[in-house]
Design a protein around this ligand. Structure first.
Ligand code: ADP
Ligand code: MG
Length: 258
């Protein structure tokens, strides 16, 4: 057995998050191991976006803990007590994760190439020539090498999302988080983005993917996590998840969506 297969990259323990009276995460536990692809499924409002946003340190949490490569996220020990990290330290931890949003979030006034090289050059201090070479290699991989000098508005939604994925990979993250990366795309553009994600998975990238794409979850994910009302209801290997759902809630969810 590959020893890497059981190394946790991300551990989430008892994670809690409320917005006022609205409890979004009610004690979430899950682990993502090295090179694993974990799909997160569940009805709208079940807490999927909140979960990945908390992991990516975009939302403060109310309880529980998250670890990336064994390091506590968002908190540090000070005189024997835990306290929230400074913004600068949070930004440092965030750089070890890549996030791909439903709305690609590219900078409209920059070229595709600059969108990808900006963070490596400015933040990670990679020499410009090296950052550009790497960006071109990634654009090649997502099938957009000829669009390096284009601006986002000149691209289709599917092409923009492929650029956003290349941008996330360019920072060499330990884990990539996707929040419904194909939900804002016209149906004919969904597959080109899923194909890029599938290719990434085969390179051994560790990935958490919130998605409604059942075929992707079934065929590409190693594990599927079903959330409802801020809880993890089932967390199983993908094949079992679809073949023999245990809870009635997952059974009816799968019936509705397939
Ligand atoms: P999902 O991504 O599964 O659709 P969300 O994580 O977006 O679910 O939302 C989970 C719950 O938290 C919902 O009840 C939602 O209304 C609430 N929620 C999410 N974000 C906010 C916010 N910024 N302010 C208030 N409530 C929020
Ligand atoms: Mg969501």
């Amino acid at each position: 057995m590959n020893p890497q297969a059981t190394t946790p990259v991300l551990e989430v323990v008892g994670l809690r998050k409320a917005f006022g009276d609205q409890v979004a995460l009610d004690g979430i536990d899950f682990t993502v191991n090295e090179s694993e692809v974990v799909a997160i499924l569940g009805p709208s409002g079940s807490g999927k976006s909140t979960l990945v946003r908390c992991v990516d340190l975009l939302e403060p949490v109310d309880g529980g803990a998250m670890y990336l490569d064994g390091h506590l996220l968002g908190f540090e020990t000070h005189r024997g007590h835990l306290r929230p990290m400074s913004d600068a330290d949070i930004q440092r931890q965030r750089r070890r994760m890549g996030m791909v949003f439903q709305q690609f979030n590219l900078f409209p006034h920059w070229t595709v190439l600059r969108n990808i090289t900006e963070a490596p050059i400015r933040v990670h201090k990679v020499p410009a020539a090296q950052a550009r070479a790497r960006a071109m290699e990634l654009l090649e991989r997502v099938g957009l090498a000829d669009k390096a000098q284009a601006h986002p508005r000149q691209l289709s939604g599917g092409q923009q999302q492929r650029v956003a994925i290349a941008r996330a990979v360019a920072a060499n993250p330990r884990i990539l988080l996707f929040d419904e990366p194909t939900s804002s795309l016209d149906p004919e553009l969904v597959n080109e983005v899923l194909q890029v994600m599938k290719d990434l998975a085969t390179t051994g990238m560790t990935m958490v993917v919130v998605t409604h794409e059942m075929e992707f979850a079934r065929n590409v994910a190693d594990r599927c996590v079903f959330m409802a009302d801020g809880y993890v209801i089932e967390d199983r290997p993908a094949q079992e998840f679809f073949r023999s759902p245990r809870s009635t809630r997952l059974q009816s969810f799968l019936q509705r969506t397939s």
